[in-house]
Design a protein around this ligand. Structure first.
Ligand code: GTP
Ligand code: MG
Length: 194
């Protein structure tokens, strides 16, 4: 595994206050507690670059990380967090809308789903939103370590059918086992070099 230089740039609720760089940017989105922050940590091989927690709602605001002076990863709060008030939900929607429609160097949405579960309505809303914006989308199925080997193909088929993406384009991932790290870097590199 390669060594990665990681610099935390900022955490902000407002897209106007987000860092202005020319570096290619990748945003990690997914349900609350699905493992977005853990996946960033696995990619950069750090335990605590991004905040990880047992309780949903650990990540607040838009968190920007500069990696190897080559790209930006943006860790965002998860959606589908039940304990949010109506006001918080509206603020969250506005923050995400502001983000997705304002970041010029955004190269791809990395949509993270839980290998074990059928993607939710919120996941479908997210992927449809990204399609409407003509964004490149990479689907990653994480927490593979928690699945029975004999069930993997059935689970992946369910993710594929629910999100409308071919099984072959869904990346197997486990942050605890570091599975899929090199493959995901390969995909990210191909966007950076494009
Ligand atoms: P929010 O910021 O609250 O939206 O959560 P998140 O999507 O960033 O999830 P986070 O990375 O904080 O992980 C949530 C929980 O899942 C933590 O307890 C992690 O240790 C655990 N977790 C994340 N990825 C994996 C994985 O690949 N395997 C296993 N076994 N546990 C994982
Ligand atoms: Mg998080």
């Amino acid at each position: 595994m390669a060594y990665h230089e990681v610099e935390f740039l900022t955490s902000s609720p407002k897209v106007e206050d987000c860092p202005q760089t020319d570096l290619p940017e990748f945003v990690l989105a997914g349900r609350s507690n699905v493992g977005k922050s853990s996946l960033i940590n696995a990619l950069v091989d750090r335990k605590k670059a991004a905040y990880v927690g047992n309780k949903p709602g650990k990540t607040r605001f838009l968190n920007f990380f500069k990696v190897d002076n080559r790209c930006i990863f943006v860790d965002v709060p998860g959606y589908g967090f039940a304990n949010r008030s109506q006001k918080e939900l509206i603020q969250f929607g506005e923050m995400m809308d502001g983000y997705f429609t304002n970041r010029q160097h955004l190269r791809a949405l990395i949509l993270i789903v839980d290998y074990r579960h059928k993607p939710t309505k919120d996941d479908i809303t997210m992927i449809e939103y990204a399609r409407e914006l003509h964004m490149s989308i990479v689907v990653v199925a994480t927490k593979k370590d928690k699945c029975k080997r004999s069930e993997l193909s059935k689970l992946k088929k369910c993710i594929s059918e629910t999100l409308g993406v071919p099984t072959t384009s869904i990346l197997d991932f486990s942050s605890t086992e570091k599975e899929g790290v090199d493959e995901l870097w390969g995909i990210i590199d191909s966007f950076i070099n494009d």
